[in-house]
Design a protein around this ligand. Structure first.
Ligand SMILES: [Zn+2]
Length: 326
Protein backbone atom coordinates (compact mmCIF):
# COMPACT_ATOMS: atom_id res chain seq x y z
CA UNK A 1 0.00 0.00 0.00
CA UNK A 2 1.02 3.58 -0.38
CA UNK A 3 1.79 5.31 2.90
CA UNK A 4 2.60 8.96 3.45
CA UNK A 5 3.57 10.23 6.87
CA UNK A 6 6.37 11.94 8.69
CA UNK A 7 8.22 11.22 11.90
CA UNK A 8 10.55 13.45 13.89
CA UNK A 9 13.41 13.05 11.40
CA UNK A 10 11.89 11.22 8.43
CA UNK A 11 9.49 11.58 5.56
CA UNK A 12 7.89 8.32 4.47
CA UNK A 13 6.49 7.99 0.96
CA UNK A 14 6.10 5.38 -1.80
CA UNK A 15 9.14 4.49 -3.89
CA UNK A 16 8.88 5.46 -7.55
CA UNK A 17 10.95 4.41 -10.58
CA UNK A 18 12.83 7.72 -10.53
CA UNK A 19 14.28 6.67 -7.17
CA UNK A 20 16.39 4.04 -8.97
CA UNK A 21 19.73 5.86 -8.75
CA UNK A 22 19.26 6.73 -5.08
CA UNK A 23 18.10 3.20 -4.26
CA UNK A 24 21.06 1.67 -6.11
CA UNK A 25 23.27 3.13 -3.39
CA UNK A 26 21.95 0.45 -1.02
CA UNK A 27 20.63 -2.19 -3.44
CA UNK A 28 24.05 -2.31 -5.09
CA UNK A 29 26.12 -2.23 -1.91
CA UNK A 30 27.51 -5.70 -1.08
CA UNK A 31 27.75 -4.86 2.60
CA UNK A 32 24.09 -3.80 2.86
CA UNK A 33 23.18 -6.85 0.81
CA UNK A 34 25.02 -9.39 2.96
CA UNK A 35 21.93 -10.61 4.82
CA UNK A 36 19.27 -9.66 2.30
CA UNK A 37 17.30 -12.38 0.58
CA UNK A 38 17.41 -10.55 -2.74
CA UNK A 39 20.55 -10.75 -4.89
CA UNK A 40 22.91 -7.78 -5.18
CA UNK A 41 21.88 -5.33 -7.90
CA UNK A 42 24.58 -4.52 -10.44
CA UNK A 43 22.98 -1.64 -12.33
CA UNK A 44 20.64 1.32 -11.82
CA UNK A 45 18.55 0.00 -14.70
CA UNK A 46 17.89 -3.26 -12.83
CA UNK A 47 16.76 -1.27 -9.81
CA UNK A 48 14.47 0.79 -12.05
CA UNK A 49 12.98 -2.38 -13.53
CA UNK A 50 12.29 -3.68 -10.02
CA UNK A 51 10.69 -0.37 -8.98
CA UNK A 52 8.54 -0.37 -12.10
CA UNK A 53 7.37 -3.92 -11.41
CA UNK A 54 6.02 -3.21 -7.93
CA UNK A 55 2.30 -3.13 -7.16
CA UNK A 56 1.82 -0.23 -4.76
CA UNK A 57 -1.80 -1.14 -4.07
CA UNK A 58 -1.16 -4.59 -2.63
CA UNK A 59 -3.17 -4.38 0.63
CA UNK A 60 -0.96 -6.75 2.62
CA UNK A 61 2.32 -5.04 1.80
CA UNK A 62 3.77 -1.74 2.93
CA UNK A 63 7.23 -1.06 1.49
CA UNK A 64 7.99 2.64 1.45
CA UNK A 65 10.86 4.97 0.80
CA UNK A 66 12.56 6.57 3.79
CA UNK A 67 13.65 10.17 3.24
CA UNK A 68 15.78 12.20 5.60
CA UNK A 69 13.93 15.41 6.48
CA UNK A 70 17.10 17.41 7.00
CA UNK A 71 18.55 16.77 3.53
CA UNK A 72 15.62 15.49 1.47
CA UNK A 73 17.69 12.45 0.53
CA UNK A 74 16.20 8.99 0.07
CA UNK A 75 18.30 6.85 2.42
CA UNK A 76 16.52 3.52 2.42
CA UNK A 77 13.32 1.58 2.19
CA UNK A 78 11.39 -0.82 4.30
CA UNK A 79 8.04 -1.88 5.55
CA UNK A 80 5.85 -4.72 6.68
CA UNK A 81 4.11 -7.53 4.88
CA UNK A 82 1.16 -9.45 6.34
CA UNK A 83 1.62 -13.25 6.56
CA UNK A 84 -1.79 -14.83 7.12
CA UNK A 85 -0.32 -18.22 8.04
CA UNK A 86 1.34 -16.58 11.06
CA UNK A 87 -1.23 -13.81 11.47
CA UNK A 88 1.71 -11.46 11.76
CA UNK A 89 3.23 -8.55 9.88
CA UNK A 90 6.86 -9.21 8.98
CA UNK A 91 9.23 -6.28 8.97
CA UNK A 92 11.98 -5.67 6.43
CA UNK A 93 14.29 -2.78 5.65
CA UNK A 94 17.44 -1.57 3.90
CA UNK A 95 19.35 1.55 4.86
CA UNK A 96 22.24 3.09 2.97
CA UNK A 97 25.46 2.16 4.75
CA UNK A 98 26.54 5.75 5.54
CA UNK A 99 23.23 6.22 7.40
CA UNK A 100 23.54 3.22 9.72
CA UNK A 101 23.60 3.70 13.46
CA UNK A 102 21.18 6.62 13.80
CA UNK A 103 18.05 4.64 14.74
CA UNK A 104 16.18 5.54 11.56
CA UNK A 105 14.79 2.03 11.07
CA UNK A 106 13.28 1.89 14.54
CA UNK A 107 11.87 5.39 14.17
CA UNK A 108 10.26 4.46 10.86
CA UNK A 109 8.93 1.02 11.83
CA UNK A 110 7.47 2.25 15.11
CA UNK A 111 5.53 4.90 13.21
CA UNK A 112 4.54 2.42 10.50
CA UNK A 113 3.00 0.03 13.04
CA UNK A 114 0.90 2.88 14.42
CA UNK A 115 -0.05 3.91 10.89
CA UNK A 116 -1.18 0.44 9.83
CA UNK A 117 -3.10 -0.09 13.06
CA UNK A 118 -5.41 2.73 11.99
CA UNK A 119 -6.65 0.61 9.10
CA UNK A 120 -5.88 -2.99 9.93
CA UNK A 121 -5.63 -5.12 13.03
CA UNK A 122 -1.98 -5.78 13.88
CA UNK A 123 -1.81 -8.66 16.32
CA UNK A 124 1.90 -9.31 15.96
CA UNK A 125 5.00 -8.12 14.15
CA UNK A 126 7.70 -10.60 13.16
CA UNK A 127 11.30 -10.19 12.15
CA UNK A 128 13.49 -12.89 10.61
CA UNK A 129 17.21 -12.18 10.54
CA UNK A 130 20.45 -14.09 10.07
CA UNK A 131 21.63 -15.36 13.45
CA UNK A 132 25.03 -13.72 12.98
CA UNK A 133 23.51 -10.34 12.06
CA UNK A 134 23.84 -8.52 15.36
CA UNK A 135 22.73 -5.17 13.96
CA UNK A 136 19.33 -6.61 13.06
CA UNK A 137 19.03 -8.25 16.45
CA UNK A 138 19.54 -4.81 18.00
CA UNK A 139 16.77 -3.37 15.81
CA UNK A 140 14.38 -6.15 16.89
CA UNK A 141 15.20 -5.56 20.55
CA UNK A 142 14.59 -1.84 20.20
CA UNK A 143 11.24 -2.70 18.60
CA UNK A 144 10.49 -4.69 21.82
CA UNK A 145 10.49 -7.93 19.85
CA UNK A 146 11.64 -11.15 21.49
CA UNK A 147 13.03 -14.50 20.37
CA UNK A 148 10.42 -17.06 19.26
CA UNK A 149 12.37 -19.76 17.42
CA UNK A 150 15.26 -20.65 15.16
CA UNK A 151 14.65 -20.79 11.45
CA UNK A 152 16.55 -20.45 8.17
CA UNK A 153 16.23 -18.33 5.08
CA UNK A 154 17.67 -18.59 1.59
CA UNK A 155 18.93 -16.02 -0.81
CA UNK A 156 16.40 -15.84 -3.64
CA UNK A 157 19.05 -16.97 -6.13
CA UNK A 158 19.88 -19.98 -3.95
CA UNK A 159 23.47 -18.82 -3.44
CA UNK A 160 23.32 -19.00 0.33
CA UNK A 161 21.27 -20.29 3.26
CA UNK A 162 21.41 -18.49 6.59
CA UNK A 163 20.61 -19.94 9.99
CA UNK A 164 18.21 -17.35 11.31
CA UNK A 165 16.08 -16.22 14.23
CA UNK A 166 12.42 -15.34 14.32
CA UNK A 167 11.64 -12.49 16.70
CA UNK A 168 8.16 -11.30 17.48
CA UNK A 169 6.16 -8.72 19.35
CA UNK A 170 2.50 -9.33 20.15
CA UNK A 171 0.12 -6.46 20.53
CA UNK A 172 -2.62 -6.66 23.15
CA UNK A 173 -6.00 -7.54 21.65
CA UNK A 174 -9.52 -7.08 22.89
CA UNK A 175 -11.20 -10.01 24.59
CA UNK A 176 -12.71 -11.31 21.36
CA UNK A 177 -15.89 -12.35 23.13
CA UNK A 178 -18.11 -9.80 21.43
CA UNK A 179 -17.31 -8.09 18.15
CA UNK A 180 -19.33 -5.01 19.05
CA UNK A 181 -17.77 -4.68 22.52
CA UNK A 182 -14.39 -4.99 20.81
CA UNK A 183 -15.25 -2.18 18.43
CA UNK A 184 -16.38 0.00 21.33
CA UNK A 185 -13.20 -0.79 23.24
CA UNK A 186 -11.26 0.23 20.12
CA UNK A 187 -13.10 3.58 20.12
CA UNK A 188 -12.40 4.13 23.82
CA UNK A 189 -8.71 3.48 23.21
CA UNK A 190 -8.79 6.25 20.63
CA UNK A 191 -7.68 4.14 17.67
CA UNK A 192 -10.89 3.37 15.78
CA UNK A 193 -10.72 5.23 12.44
CA UNK A 194 -14.42 4.54 11.75
CA UNK A 195 -15.61 6.36 14.84
CA UNK A 196 -17.66 9.51 14.24
CA UNK A 197 -19.52 10.62 17.39
CA UNK A 198 -20.48 9.39 20.83
CA UNK A 199 -24.19 9.75 21.62
CA UNK A 200 -26.02 9.23 24.91
CA UNK A 201 -26.67 5.52 24.32
CA UNK A 202 -24.01 4.49 21.84
CA UNK A 203 -21.39 5.19 19.23
CA UNK A 204 -21.83 6.25 15.62
CA UNK A 205 -19.35 4.63 13.22
CA UNK A 206 -18.87 4.51 9.46
CA UNK A 207 -19.41 1.00 8.05
CA UNK A 208 -16.37 -1.07 7.03
CA UNK A 209 -17.87 -1.56 3.57
CA UNK A 210 -19.01 1.40 1.53
CA UNK A 211 -20.74 -0.58 -1.22
CA UNK A 212 -23.69 1.63 -0.19
CA UNK A 213 -21.97 4.95 0.26
CA UNK A 214 -22.66 6.49 3.63
CA UNK A 215 -23.45 3.16 5.34
CA UNK A 216 -23.37 3.92 9.06
CA UNK A 217 -23.86 2.03 12.31
CA UNK A 218 -24.97 2.98 15.79
CA UNK A 219 -23.45 0.61 18.35
CA UNK A 220 -25.48 0.27 21.55
CA UNK A 221 -23.48 1.22 24.65
CA UNK A 222 -24.99 -1.74 26.53
CA UNK A 223 -24.07 -5.33 25.70
CA UNK A 224 -27.69 -6.38 25.19
CA UNK A 225 -29.49 -8.56 22.66
CA UNK A 226 -33.01 -7.14 22.66
CA UNK A 227 -34.70 -3.79 23.29
CA UNK A 228 -36.66 -5.48 26.08
CA UNK A 229 -33.40 -5.98 28.01
CA UNK A 230 -32.87 -2.24 28.29
CA UNK A 231 -34.44 0.00 30.91
CA UNK A 232 -37.38 1.88 29.36
CA UNK A 233 -35.58 5.23 29.60
CA UNK A 234 -32.42 3.88 27.99
CA UNK A 235 -34.46 2.11 25.32
CA UNK A 236 -36.32 5.29 24.39
CA UNK A 237 -33.07 7.25 24.30
CA UNK A 238 -31.48 4.53 22.14
CA UNK A 239 -34.34 4.79 19.64
CA UNK A 240 -34.01 8.58 19.60
CA UNK A 241 -30.28 8.27 18.96
CA UNK A 242 -31.01 5.91 16.08
CA UNK A 243 -33.44 8.43 14.59
CA UNK A 244 -30.85 11.19 14.96
CA UNK A 245 -28.15 9.05 13.34
CA UNK A 246 -30.44 8.15 10.44
CA UNK A 247 -31.40 11.77 9.88
CA UNK A 248 -27.73 12.76 9.88
CA UNK A 249 -26.99 10.08 7.27
CA UNK A 250 -29.77 11.50 5.14
CA UNK A 251 -28.46 15.04 5.55
CA UNK A 252 -24.86 14.08 4.83
CA UNK A 253 -25.30 11.61 1.95
CA UNK A 254 -28.63 12.47 0.29
CA UNK A 255 -29.93 8.96 -0.42
CA UNK A 256 -33.25 8.24 -2.12
CA UNK A 257 -34.32 6.13 0.87
CA UNK A 258 -32.88 4.85 4.14
CA UNK A 259 -32.94 1.27 5.41
CA UNK A 260 -32.95 0.78 9.19
CA UNK A 261 -32.04 -2.57 10.68
CA UNK A 262 -31.41 -3.54 14.29
CA UNK A 263 -29.21 -6.64 14.29
CA UNK A 264 -27.03 -8.61 16.69
CA UNK A 265 -24.03 -10.47 15.34
CA UNK A 266 -23.08 -14.10 15.03
CA UNK A 267 -20.31 -13.64 17.55
CA UNK A 268 -21.55 -11.51 20.41
CA UNK A 269 -25.25 -10.76 20.23
CA UNK A 270 -25.05 -7.08 20.86
CA UNK A 271 -27.57 -4.71 19.30
CA UNK A 272 -26.38 -2.31 16.66
CA UNK A 273 -28.30 -0.28 14.11
CA UNK A 274 -27.35 -0.54 10.46
CA UNK A 275 -28.34 2.56 8.53
CA UNK A 276 -28.06 2.00 4.78
CA UNK A 277 -28.44 4.90 2.37
CA UNK A 278 -30.22 3.47 -0.66
CA UNK A 279 -30.25 4.79 -4.18
CA UNK A 280 -32.44 3.82 -7.09
CA UNK A 281 -31.03 0.77 -8.85
CA UNK A 282 -28.28 0.10 -6.28
CA UNK A 283 -29.07 -3.63 -6.05
CA UNK A 284 -29.61 -6.17 -8.84
CA UNK A 285 -33.21 -6.62 -7.66
CA UNK A 286 -35.36 -4.34 -5.51
CA UNK A 287 -35.10 -5.47 -1.88
CA UNK A 288 -32.73 -5.58 1.09
CA UNK A 289 -29.02 -4.88 0.74
CA UNK A 290 -28.08 -8.40 1.83
CA UNK A 291 -28.79 -9.78 -1.64
CA UNK A 292 -25.50 -8.15 -2.68
CA UNK A 293 -22.92 -10.89 -2.42
CA UNK A 294 -19.76 -8.83 -2.73
CA UNK A 295 -20.52 -6.22 -0.07
CA UNK A 296 -17.40 -7.08 1.95
CA UNK A 297 -15.06 -6.94 -1.06
CA UNK A 298 -11.81 -5.09 -0.50
CA UNK A 299 -12.74 -2.64 -3.25
CA UNK A 300 -15.54 -1.23 -1.07
CA UNK A 301 -13.35 -0.64 1.97
CA UNK A 302 -12.76 3.09 2.23
CA UNK A 303 -9.14 4.24 2.19
CA UNK A 304 -7.88 6.76 4.73
CA UNK A 305 -8.87 9.80 2.68
CA UNK A 306 -12.35 8.56 1.83
CA UNK A 307 -12.90 7.52 5.42
CA UNK A 308 -11.98 10.93 6.71
CA UNK A 309 -14.30 12.57 4.17
CA UNK A 310 -17.23 10.35 5.27
CA UNK A 311 -16.51 10.93 8.96
CA UNK A 312 -16.32 14.66 8.45
CA UNK A 313 -19.63 14.84 6.52
CA UNK A 314 -21.54 12.67 8.99
CA UNK A 315 -20.02 14.29 12.07
CA UNK A 316 -20.98 17.75 10.87
CA UNK A 317 -24.52 16.60 10.13
CA UNK A 318 -24.88 15.14 13.64
CA UNK A 319 -23.55 18.32 15.19
CA UNK A 320 -25.96 20.48 13.21
CA UNK A 321 -28.94 18.31 14.18
CA UNK A 322 -27.97 18.35 17.85
CA UNK A 323 -27.72 22.14 17.79
CA UNK A 324 -31.08 22.33 16.04
CA UNK A 325 -29.52 23.98 13.00
CA UNK A 326 -30.72 21.50 10.42
ZN1 LIG B 1 -21.01 -6.74 23.38
Amino acid sequence: MKAYFTTERLVVRPLVPDDAAAAFRWCGDPEVNTYMFYPLYTSVEDVRAWLESRNLDEPDNYDEGIVLKSTGELIGSGGMRYHPERNAWEIGYNIRRDQWGHGYVVEYLTALVEYIRKFRPVEAIDGIFAAENHKSRRVMEKMEMAYVRDTVFDKLDGSKTFPAKLYRRNFPQPSGECLICDRIEWIRNGGNPYFVRELETGYVVIGDSQRFEGYTLLLCREHATELSQLTPDFRDAFLRDMALTAEAVQLAFHPDKLNYELLGTGKGRHMHWHIFPRRNGDTPMPGPVWQVQDMQDVQYRPGPEKLSELREALGQAIDRLRKGEA
